[in-house]
Design a protein around this ligand. Structure first.
Ligand SMILES: Cc1cc2nc3c(=O)[nH]c(=O)nc-3n(C[C@H](O)[C@H](O)[C@H](O)COP(=O)(O)O)c2cc1C
Ligand SMILES: [Mn+2]
Length: 482
């Protein structure tokens, strides 16, 4: 059964040893985040802070709910040890069976309603996450909802929100290919209209996962969430804006982005493992209403060096790339976005029946796909006798099959998101950086006799010799690993 809210999901994580209550009082100012960061870096359970200094008992903080394949599998109601390859395939299967949401008259997110002067975002234990952050971030694991004025497209995304005051938050649009940017640029700014925004924090796990997922433009995230859960999302209407939000959200912020209003935002310790975005004037969201559950749980993500909750891209981005390859008829048998690469690299395995130059086509297909392309500057293409999920095999093949000049193809003046760490000042401003792909396939135009033969247990011994070796090892207590 899918989780109906964040609370049910947390209970399941606790049952699986993947989340833990922290009863000790902690400070919102760096302390909670330090505990979250330690948990992320050491693979410890996701902390649920029960008492935050200066805040009423019951106002909780929770983070790191998606920073492993186990937690993603639990989110999808699958066995915790489901292999990422299977997670990706299951995500694709369910994504193709979208289920529309249902509108309900009310829900727990309406237990407390604050409108206008009654709004105070400091009511919540908003964490200061890293030394040097531009402020306290209230939106780091949530859904940011906007709608297109000229079609029925409603977009769910995840965009960081810094507290600007008790009734205003900032936003980072890391690229103009992001759907919120596209909608604002084409549907609101030309009309000089304020864009209504709803931010739902503390949602059941698939809503957050799909808000961050690189689904194509125009594809409804909320319908996709329904499909992946196998049950429709229940939505309730907002109080002051013409949008609907998940009824079981812990906290809902309603507001508007006026056309010309900006305020300094950032920097923030980012998923790349570095400070990102600098401090710059960025759009402001003026808050008109806040609604929340009793004893709300503020969900967050504590970004930094891997593995943080951006781990979701290892499933969702890999799934979208695999889909794209299948749609285009490319001979691709597997795609992996390793957790450690902060989703800036994708490994694509091609089968032997590929054609000369296939690596070039694959790289450019990925790079031309907007959002995904801008955030995936590195692509490694391997023959599929290499398991793309096995980083030892991939590293070996990269060093032994990729020619240092012919095999690495570079592209300059190419769109990337502004928080890629290696961009210089100018590139950060223009969001034009560089990309490279690594062709680790044997060239098809080589004489087969020139292709070096790989030496391994599976490739260098007749079947009956392998069997005997396995039998002898088994007799000594060393059976085959799964
Ligand atoms: C924890 C987390 C924080 C994110 N923060 C931002 C952000 O501040 N700005 C941004 O442009 N994208 C951010 N993203 C990535 C977007 O959520 C992602 O690109 C998503 O596809 C955007 O929605 P869209 O595809 O509907 O445009 C974040 C993702 C995660 C997992
Ligand atoms: Mn979208």
């Amino acid at each position: 059964m899918p989780f109906k809210d964040l609370r049910e999901f947390i209970a399941k994580l606790e049952e699986e040893g993947e989340a833990i209550k922290i009863e000790e009082e902690v400070d919102w100012n760096l302390e909670a985040a330090a505990i979250l960061r330690r948990s992320a870096e050491e693979g410890l359970p996701a902390p649920i802070f029960q008492k935050i200094k200066g805040y009423p008992q019951g106002y909780r903080l929770f983070g790191n709910s998606a920073n492993s394949f186990r937690r993603m599998a639990i989110s999808m109601d699958l066995k915790p040890d489901t292999h990422p390859r299977e997670l990706i395939e299951e995500y694709i299967r369910r994504r193709h069976r979208p289920i529309k949401p249902v509108l309900v008259s009310t829900g727990p997110c309406k237990e407390n309603i604050h409108i206008g002067d009654d709004v105070n975002l400091l009511e919540f234990p908003v964490p200061m996450q890293h030394e040097g952050d531009g402020g306290r971030y209230i939106g780091t694991w949530h859904v940011t909802i906007v709608k297109d004025l000229d079609s029925d497209w409603v977009n769910w995304g995840m965009y960081r929100h810094m507290l600007q005051s008790k009734n205003a938050v900032g936003i980072l649009q890391a690229s103009l290919a992001k759907h919120l940017s596209i909608i604002r640029d084409r549907s609101y700014l030309p009309k000089n209209k304020a864009m209504e925004v709803a931010i739902a924090i503390g949602v059941e796990p698939i809503s957050a996962m799909c808000a961050a997922s690189p689904l194509p433009a125009g594809v409804s995230e909320v319908d996709t969430v329904g499909g992946i859960r196998g049950e429709p999302v229940e939505l309730v209407k907002c109080e002051t804006v013409d949008l609907a939000v998940p009824a079981t959200a812990e906290i809902v912020i309603e507001g508007e982005m006026r056309p010309d209003e900006t305020m300094d935002e950032g920097p923030f310790g980012e998923f790349t493992g570095y400070m990102g975005g600098g401090r710059e004037p960025r759009p402001l969201i003026r808050v008109k209403a806040v609604t929340h559950r009793n004893d709300p749980i503020l969900a967050c993500s504590c970004s930094g060096i891997p593995v943080d909750d951006n781990a979701v891209f290892s499933m969702t981005k890999a799934a979208e790339i695999l889909e794209l390859m299948r749609e285009e008829g490319k001979p691709v048998t597997g795609v992996f976005v390793p957790l450690v690469t902060t989703h800036m690299l994708a490994i694509v395995a091609v089968n032997k029946a590929h054609y000369p130059g296939v690596a070039e086509d694959i790289a450019h297909l990925i790079w031309a796909s907007g959002n995904i392309g801008h955030e995936t500057p590195y692509i490694v293409i391997v023959d599929d006798d290499v398991d793309p999920f096995n980083l030892n095999e991939v590293s070996h093949t990269l060093i032994t099959k990729c020619h240092p000049t012919r095999g690495i193809v570079k592209l300059e003046h190419s769109p990337v998101i502004s928080i890629v760490p290696w961009l210089n000042r100018e590139e950060r401003k223009t969001r034009l950086g560089a990309k490279a792909y690594f062709d680790c396939t044997w060239p098809l135009d080589w004489d087969p006799a020139d292709v070096p033969k790989r030496i391994s247990f599976r490739q260098s011994y007749p079947a009956e010799v392998q069997q005997k070796a396995l039998d002898i090892w088994r007799k000594h207590g060393y059976g085959e690993k799964a």
